[in-house]
Design a protein around this ligand. Structure first.
Ligand SMILES: [Fe+2]
Length: 327
């Protein structure tokens, strides 16, 4: 693939991925899962929604669960660097004839709803209500001690085009997987703004769909403890993949499915990517260490299942690529 040249002065400045908005059918079941088992802190709850955050997060929420008829993904949220960046973002999306409109959102300042070139619905904001600092209030800690939202992973029907769209916004490619043909086809890519391996990743597949959101946890032992907890509290079938160590990103991981099927990854110990001369790392699609360094392939569900966006049709991928799948 053509590795994009990094743009140091993008048209508007995204700081990091900041929050996801998902719809769930049963808020009580969602609360039992995300708060009582995973350990996210409930910052606000009402009849229509739950607002959750990790232990180190000072912003009001990093996950919004809205009660809905269908378990769809509503928005992927990003924090921008200033109010002026919101206006620059509005102009950027309008110029490209992509959706862009300012909306009112609870607990957030001025908020821009937009969509990327693939149709993923985005939500950009600069200000969010600030919450009490609980990082060192260990009495609040539950589950796997989730610290902060780390990334989103989407199914993209055209991974190369998606890379190019986000590269133009200053997202930087860190790792990618491609086929070994004379003219390689890109299968997946990881890009960041905040200086870790990624804020966003794209996996080749029918899209647009949300594949998963990722939360950072303090250590691998917190993930192993979550496995023990889920296996003994009725959530055995919700553990989809792992625990293990990724080849890509080097992170220790576990993927779980919530009661509505939304997928979350618990993730720790990737690496720093802030050097201006950072060179992206290439992986062969056929290298078994890519998905899991120890060689265990991901299940078929991991490649095929993802959350739809409301009113957004899913189209097949441009390239039919064949990753290694466990059967
Ligand atoms: Fe991930």
């Amino acid at each position: 693939m053509a590795v994009p040249k990094h743009i140091f002065d993008p048209p508007f400045s995204v700081v990091r991925c900041s929050h996801a908005v998902l719809r769930v059918r049963d808020l009580g079941a969602a609360r039992a899962f995300y708060a009582d088992t995973i350990g996210l802190k409930v910052e606000h709850a009402d009849d229509g929604a739950l607002y959750l955050r990790g232990m180190e997060e000072r912003n009001h929420h990093s996950l919004v669960l809205k009660k809905g008829m269908e378990p769809v993904a509503e928005r992927l949220g990003f924090k921008v660097a200033s109010e002026e960046d919101l206006d620059r973002a509005h102009a950027f999306f309008k110029e490209r004839q992509l959706p862009a409109a300012f909306v009112e959102v609870p607990f957030q300042g001025r908020t821009l709803h937009a969509a990327d070139s693939q149709g993923n619905p985005l939500e950009l904001t600069f200000k969010m209500d600030q919450a009490e600092r609980i990082l060192q209030q260990y009495g609040h800690y539950r589950g796997c001690h989730p610290q902060r939202i780390d990334h989103f992973n989407y199914f993209a029907r055209d991974v190369q085009a998606t890379i190019e769209f986000y590269a133009a916004l200053g997202f930087r490619l860190t790792e990618y997987a491609e086929s070994d043909e004379a003219e390689p086809k890109i299968a997946a890519a990881w890009m960041h703004r905040k200086g870790s391996v990624h804020d966003i990743a794209f996996t080749n597949g029918g899209g647009p769909r949300l594949h998963h959101i990722g939360y950072w946890v303090p250590t691998a032992l917190h993930i192993i403890n979550l496995c023990d907890l889920m296996a003994s509290t009725g959530y055995l079938a919700n553990m989809e993949r792992g625990p293990g160590r990724h080849g890509i990103s080097n992170a220790f991981f576990l993927y779980v499915r919530d009661p509505d099927g939304h997928r979350t990854e618990f993730y720790t110990s990737d690496y720093l990517t802030v050097d201006p001369d950072f060179e992206p790392i290439r992986w062969s699609l056929r290298d078994p260490r890519r998905q899991t360094l120890w060689g265990t392939p991901a299940p078929r569900s991991w490649f095929e299942e993802g959350a739809l966006y409301p009113g957004t049709p899913v189209l097949p991928p441009v390239h039919d690529l064949k990753p290694i799948v466990a059967d």
